[in-house]
Each structure stands twice: as C-alpha cells, then as structure tokens.
Design a protein around this ligand. Structure first.
Ligand code: SF4
Length: 457
C-alpha cells in the first residue's frame, strides 16, 4: 500500500469518528440541502435544463481544441494576452514573470480552485509577493493556515464559534464576535488591500469562445474588485472551462447557482472581456489569461473518464456523497475532493499514488443523481478501478486475497474446505488490515450453514 493510501485510510478512520466534525458538516450540509431543494423548485423542468447542459458540455468536449482556439483568437483581439501552461510549474513561471514585470508587492485574489491546484500563494510568496485571499471563506482558511475544505464553501468545516476564536487569536478581535462583526472587520481589511494591490487574480467559471471573454460567478463582489481595481488582471483557468457562446450563460449561470448554493442566481455574475479600452476610465491596463492543462489532456485521452471534464465545479456531488460527509474534505489530500475529485485526481496527479480515491466509494449513485451536467461519476470511478487493475497496481496482498476469495466463494464445497476457526483467523486479519479497530465483523460459527443443515436433516 502506498504512502498516500495509508494516510487516506488513517485520516478517514480519525475523521469519521470525530463527532464534533460530523456535527459541523451535518449542520452546514443540511442548510445547503434545504436551499438547493428550493432552488430546484424554481425550475419548471430541471431535468430538461440538466440534459441541455450535459449535451452542451459533451459537444464542447468533442470540439475542445476548436473552441479553445476560437477563444484564444477572440481574447487576443480584445487585447488580452493568452498563455498556455502545460503544468503547474509553467503556470507559476508565467505568474512570476508578470509579477516581476509589474513590480508587484501585493496581489489580491478571488476564490479559484485552479489557483489552489497550482499552489499559487506558495509560488508567489517564494518571490516575496504577498497574496491576499479576498473571498471570506478563503480568507478564513488562509488566516488559519489551511487549504479550502470544499470547492464551493472553503470554510465549511468551521463553526461560527471556531471563526470567532481564530480571529480573536490572530487579530485580537473581541471574544465571541458575531459573524456580522467579523464580516465587517474583514471588509475593512480587504478594502485597503484592493486599493494597494498591483495585480488582481481570478479564476473563470466559463471561458466564452465567441467573445474571447471570461465569466466569473461570486456572491461577495470581491472578484469584481480583484479584477478591476489593480492595474493588472491575471486569469487562471482550466482548459475545460470553455463554452461556445455568451448565449449559453443563460443556461449555465442559473444551473450553477441552483446546484452550488441553491440561489436562483448568484449575486454577481460578471463578464470580463479584456483590459480597459482607450475610451474607458476604469479597469485593468493589462489582462493575462493563463490556460492550464495540468493533466487535463491526459484525462481527455481517456475514452470514458474524459466525460468528467464537463464538470462545472458546483460542488453538489460532494454535498450528496455519504463518504465525503463522513471523512471530510482534507482526507483526500487533493485540490478536488468528493466524487469528482476521486475521478479526476488520479489523472491530474500520479495515478499510482491517488488511485485509492477511486475505491473510496460505495457506488450509491447519489452524485450522478445531483450532477447538473449528468456526469456518470460512479461509472467513471469503476473505469478508474479497472485501469488500476489492468496497470497491475493493486498490492500483492490485495491480489492474493481477491484470488483466494473468488476461489473460496465460487462453490459451497470450497467454503466448507476449512473450519470455522481458520475462517475466524482470516476474519481477524481482514479486521486488522482493512476494517480498522473501531468496527468488528461478526464471528463465523465453527460449523458452516450447509454442515448444520445436513446435521439437522
Ligand atoms: S461533477 Fe457534477 S455535481 Fe460534481 S462538482 Fe462537477 S458539476 Fe457539480
């Protein structure tokens, strides 16, 4: 068993039995569930909207290169510079060059999982540039020295009491401050940062091919400020984010908000189409769009799993997943967690090291049910498992136990080959190696059912 999978099992074991953690996640997800239920009711026919979105995204995948080239062409015509980054290292190198060319000391950054993927903050801090998260949830986890817990709600694992205590410790705010007080406190801090920063960074929910523009969805207005106050705007987006036309936003914006937060529409939906024009007074003077591959073309080459590139990162599959709710976001040790993370991470990172995530699923099918773009996540997890077996990755002990089990369970006489005592010895091994110390399998009777049945007759 590899280091990553060992850590995964041990962390899962700890978190699943941490009752305080469970209560916080249960509370936050129950609020999400109630909001989403309302959000879905606003649709006359949500199934039809999902079907249309799924078809639209599959069409994008079938013509991905054409749409990306169209996007690049139009973005350049708008005055943006488009940079293609093969991996996180190349993306960070581009960022570092831009920051140096623009004498940057401070960056304001809005919430973006793609920037998490390339370890943006770490990369720019290495050249002495301060990067401040401006989304409230991201700001909280940055102050706590943590990573986002969830792709939509980064501080989902913290209660309001946890946050009050954190801010009291770090900023000497009054003890037990209310969420309203702390929100205002953060707003005051960030306002100065927006004014001082030389560079603003955002992700992109969608890359609009026919306009060469990016669409950003948010609830706090911090992305608008990050994109428009500083003189330079850097966008970092995965290549799968492209959509054919701005007209498609009428479908995707409400679907994303209904599944992400339960809102009819998120509060701010902005389209950025290049640096400011000569006749404009405000806005950035330069706009750079970094298109990130980082494993996406590897995933694109997979016949089945490529479908996962349709994801619009709404987070609904995480909230619906019984495994995620029990083991939490950090246990995955990857930028993307939950069902979608378990499908894509082995391809984005090292397949051998992260293949275990594809096995962390009971295949209940809830994730596929809630996905707005109808990604068949359980099926894709099974394809990852199949690939893992075909590549010969399962450890020797697992292969041995699988072969042994298939032999033993193939016929009743094979089951009866050994006594109950030997079976109980095997059961203890399974408990020790797989089930863990917190649960027990039932004891196996000394005589099998068929032997007892024969005796009764
Ligand atoms: S896989 Fe579907 S449900 Fe999960 S985050 Fe992506 S779009 Fe949302």
């Amino acid at each position: 068993m590899g280091k990553e999978s060992k850590q995964f099992l041990s962390k899962s074991d700890d978190i699943a039995f941490d009752l305080k953690h469970r209560d916080k996640i249960k509370f936050n997800i129950s609020r999400y569930d109630a909001a989403v239920q309302k959000g879905e009711q606003r649709y006359d026919n949500i199934e039809l909207a999902r079907l249309r979105a799924a078809q639209k995204k599959r069409n994008v995948l079938a013509n991905l290169y054409d749409y990306l080239l169209e996007f690049e062409n139009n973005a350049k015509n708008n005055g943006s510079e488009v940079l293609w980054a093969l991996d996180e290292k190349e993306a960070i190198n581009y960022v570092v060059d831009i920051l140096k060319q623009n004498n940057t000391k401070l960056v304001v950054k809005s919430k973006s999982m793609t920037t998490e993927e390339i370890e943006f903050n770490h990369g720019v801090e290495a050249i002495g540039v301060k990067s401040v998260e401006t989304d409230l949830g991201e700001y909280i986890v940055q102050v706590a020295g943590e990573k986002p817990y969830h792709i939509v709600t980064p501080a989902m694992h913290k209660s309001k009491e946890d946050i009050a205590e954190l801010f009291h410790r770090e900023f000497d705010t009054p003890e037990h401050s209310s969420p309203e007080f702390l929100t205002n406190f953060v707003r005051e801090q960030l306002r100065e940062n927006f004014q001082d920063a030389e560079v603003g960074v955002t992700g992109a929910n969608f890359l609009i091919a026919d306009r060469g523009a990016i669409a950003v969805t948010e609830n706090e207005g911090n992305a608008i400020m990050s994109a428009s106050f500083p003189k330079v705007h850097i966008v970092i987006a995965g290549i799968e984010k492209v959509i054919p036309s701005y007209k498609d936003l009428g479908l995707f914006w409400p679907l994303l908000s209904a599944h992400g937060t339960g809102q009819q529409m998120t509060v701010y939906n902005s389209i950025y189409s290049g640096p400011k024009k000569d006749i404009e007074v405000d806005g950035p003077e330069k706009m750079f769009i970094i298109l990130l591959d980082n494993g996406r073309t590897e995933l694109y080459d997979q016949k089945h799993q490529a479908e996962s590139l349709s994801c619009i990162r709404c987070g609904a599959c995480l909230n619906g997943c019984p495994i995620y709710k029990n083991i939490g976001g950090y246990t995955y040790n990857s930028t993307y967690s939950g069902p979608i993370g378990s499908v894509i991470t082995p391809h984005f990172k090292d397949f051998k090291d992260f293949k275990h995530l594809s096995f962390a699923c009971s295949l209940c099918g809830r994730c596929e049910e809630v996905c707005p773009v109808k990604i068949p996540l359980p099926k894709l997890l099974l394809y990852n498992r199949k690939d893992s077996v075909e590549k010969g990755y399962p450890p020797f002990a697992e292969k041995l136990s699988t072969n042994l089990s298939s032999f033993v369970l193939s016929s009743r006489s094979n089951i009866d080959l050994v006594s109950g005592n030997i079976k109980n010895f095997g059961k203890k091994l399974v408990e020790h190696k797989i089930v863990g110390s917190k649960r027990k399998l039932p004891d196996i009777p000394s005589k099998s059912f068929s032997k007892q049945w024969k005796k009764r007759k």
